[in-house]
Every structure is written in structure tokens, then in C-alpha cells.
Design a protein around this ligand. Structure first.
Ligand SMILES: *Cc1c(COP(=O)(O)O)cnc(C)c1O
Length: 373
């Protein structure tokens, strides 16, 4: 058996009868958009996260776009995003015609650095060209961003905070769950995310009644009271009924054992790799859902050597992310000098999922130790 980076097949085999039944029930019902499974799932997700409203939609990128649309973000607005994240976080800002401002991350947590955020806000204000409007912190690799400080900064400068919890679902800070921070939060159910479906899916979380109502309209073509009375320009962005039914089964497994299981695996990785590579740093009071288990090597050469060595043994690893957002071709600022960045050269994500067998974990560890000791 080969080692999978994220083993979705083994998860399916474990819950096959329940998942097959859930899909069959939808097929029998004849309702493929909306319906009971979507309604019930939204309630279960909101309860788990600990917020009033959950609005499901077609994917995590739409979830972010819908919130920016609801807040009326557009040309002339500045939106602060981390410079080290999946592209979508910044893409949605440019798509809304606003200007993304890239904030460097704290290399220990991989998350937006609050001090650098505040400096950037001050700079935008003093330049006077853009209106600072929104901060989008990302819970990278499953670890919640530093909301304690970022929410304070938001208050101080009267900015809205939108948590991009696409990778963070299941984590928490002192018991307050990911996707409950800021004015609104989003997540993704892309198959490889901590809670994934069997296609695309996403959700928005908020305690704001008015925002929730607006989002429910925007995701269905700006519908009014009646679906065929359109009161604003919106989108078509819904979670399929089949995906909702699958997610209900998967959410149960996620709550019952999956988040704990990845944390157990992380603690074994940490113990065995300590002193060999830089293992993930989880601040006091924080809990990660380990969307990725990402270590840091000393340099690019060492990373390449390890990655090639493991690849030859059919042990998959992935570099998240090899380029910062500000270095993406579409965003590149030709005026700026780019140094070879340390972080993007050093990161390497190892196989991580709740169904990783002890035997496979030890195989991975043995070979990393062999290569680097
Ligand atoms: C995956 C991801 C998204 C986008 O989610 P999709 O469902 O793929 O559209 C947004 N932000 C982050 C940080 C992500 O990892």
C-alpha cells in the first residue's frame, strides 16, 4: 500500500455505508438543490462553530467574494491579506476591484503578523490614496491567526475582519472555535481541506443577522422575498444537496475523532522530528486542525534533497507555498526588489490525515531521520 498525502479513499472506506446511504436518500428524494440536508447541515455547522448563522455556498472562494460583495467593497478600498497563503485570499480582493495589501507573516506561525499589519494600515492612511476597509487573516495550515491582536487592531482603525478559515475549520483559541472570529468567517469544503466534501463547497459564518439575510439573497441571484423577484445583483452560489448529505456524515466523524487523530499524529511527528527539522509552532492556548503538517528545513538545497529522497520511496510531500502572493505574476510589483525569500524556500508539508497508519507514519519518520541525521 502506498502512502497517500491525504487519504480520502481510506476515509470513504471507513464510512462507506453511511455515505452511500446519505447519497441514496438524496437521489430518492429528487431534491438536488436546497432541501432538508442543506438546512440541517447549516444548523449543525453553526452549532459546532458557535455562531448564530451558517450560510453554505458553492466553494470557499465564493464565500469570501459574497462577504466582500455584501460589505460593498470595491474600487478605492484597501483590503489587508497575508502574503503567504493560497491565492484565493488575495484573488477575491482584486476580483472585487479593491486593492490587496500584502502583509508579511510571522514565520513561526505562518500567519499574518499583527505588528506588520498595523504598520501597513498606518502607511495606507498616511498615503491617503485608498480607504482601508477589511482585514482578511488566514488560519494557515489549520492554525487560527492571532485574532486577539488582529481584532483589537480592527477596532482601533474601524476595519472589518473577515476570517479566511478555509484551512482552519476545527481549530480553536482557548476553546473559541475557528470560523467564529471577526465580523464574518468563511471556510471551504474542497476535498483536501480539514472538512471536505466530494466536490466543491463552502460556507460563511456570522453572528450578524442583517449580514446573514443579505448573504442568503446574494447567493441566489439577489433574490427578494420571492425567488423570482430580484432586488439586487448577486451570484449563483449554492452547496448541492448531495454534498450537504455527505458533509453531515463527515462532520460527525470530524467531531468524533478526526481532529483529535491528526493532533495525535502531529505530536508523534513533533517528538520524532525535534532537532532535525523545525516543527510547527503552536502558541499557548491555540489548537490546530492540521490542514497541513508543515516543517521548515535549513535551506532550499536541504529541502530539495529531502523531497527527492522521499519521492524515490513513494512518500509524497508538497511545498505549500513556493511563491508569495506578491510574487505571483498577476500581482508582481515591478518597482520592488525581491530577495530570495527564506520561508518559501524552506517549507515542506508531510503526509497528514486522520487515517495515517502507525506503520506508514514510522516509515516516513524513519526515512526523514535517515536522510537528515
Ligand atoms: C482552499 C482555500 C480557499 C478557497 O477555497 P475553494 O473552496 O477552493 O474555493 C481560500 N482560502 C484559503 C486559505 C484556502 O486554503
Amino acid at each position: 500500500m502506498t502512502i497517500e498525502f491525504r487519504d480520502l479513499k481510506r476515509q470513504y472506506q471507513t464510512y462507506k455505508s453511511e455515505i452511500d446511504q446519505a447519497i441514496a436518500d438524496v437521489l430518492k428524494s429528487g431534491t438536488f438543490i436546497g432541501g432538508e440536508p442543506v438546512k440541517v447541515l447549516e444548523k449543525e455547522l453553526a452549532d459546532y462553530v458557535g455562531v448564530k448563522h451558517c450560510i453554505t455556498c458553492a466553494n470557499g472562494t465564493d464565500a469570501l467574494t459574497l462577504v466582500l460583495l455584501a460589505w460593498g467593497i470595491g474600487e478605492g478600498d484597501a483590503v489587508f491579506v497575508p502574503d503567504f497563503t493560497f491565492f484565493a485570499t488575495a484573488e477575491v480582493v482584486a476580483y472585487a476591484k479593491a486593492t490587496p495589501i500584502f502583509i508579511e507573516v510571522d514565520e513561526r506561525t505562518f500567519n499574518m503578523d499583527p505588528q506588520k499589519l498595523e504598520n501597513a494600515i498606518k502607511e495606507v492612511i498616511s498615503e491617503g490614496k485608498l480607504n482601508p476597509k477589511v482585514i482578511i487573516p488566514v488560519d494557515l495550515f489549520g492554525l487560527p491567526a492571532n485574532y486577539l491582536e488582529i481584532e483589537q487592531i480592527g477596532l482601533k482603525y474601524e476595519l472589518l475582519v473577515l476570517e479566511d478559515g478555509a484551512q482552519g475549520f476545527g481549530g480553536h483559541i482557548n476553546g473559541k472555535r475557528a470560523c467564529s472570529f471577526g465580523h464574518a468567517a468563511t471556510t471551504s469544503f474542497f476535498p483536501a481541506k480539514p472538512l471536505g466534501c466530494y466536490g466543491d463547497g463552502g460556507a460563511i459564518f456570522t453572528n450578524d443577522d442583517e449580514l446573514a439575510e443579505l448573504l442568503n439573497s446574494l447567493k441566489v441571484h439577489g433574490k427578494g422575498k420571492d425567488k423570482y423577484d430580484n432586488v439586487r445583483i448577486g451570484m449563483n452560489s449554492r452547496l448541492d444537496t448531495i454534498q450537504a448529505a455527505i458533509l453531515r456524515v463527515k462532520l460527525k466523524a470530524f467531531i468524533e475523532h478526526e481532529v483529535e487523530d491528526v493532533n495525535k499524529i502531529a505530536s508523534i511527528y513533533n517528538r520524532e522530528l525535534n532537532g532535525i527539522v523545525e516543527t510547527p509552532y503552536i502558541p499557548e492556548g491555540y489548537y490546530s486542525s492540521y490542514a497541513q503538517y508543515t516543517v521548515k528545513l535549513h535551506n532550499k538545497e536541504e529541502r530539495e534533497k529531502l523531497q527527492n529522497f522521499l519521492e524515490a520511496l513513494e512518500i509524497p510531500t508538497i511545498v505549500y507555498y513556493s511563491k508569495k502572493i506578491s510574487e505571483q505574476t498577476v500581482f508582481i510589483n515591478k518597482m520592488k526588489e525581491y530577495e530570495t525569500d527564506n520561508l518559501t524556500d524552506r517549507v515542506l508539508s508531510l503526509p497528514m490525515h486522520p487515517y495515517l497508519k502507525d506503520k506508514d507514519l514510522h516509515e516516513i519518520l524513519k526515512n526523514i531521520q535517515l536522510m537528515l541525521k
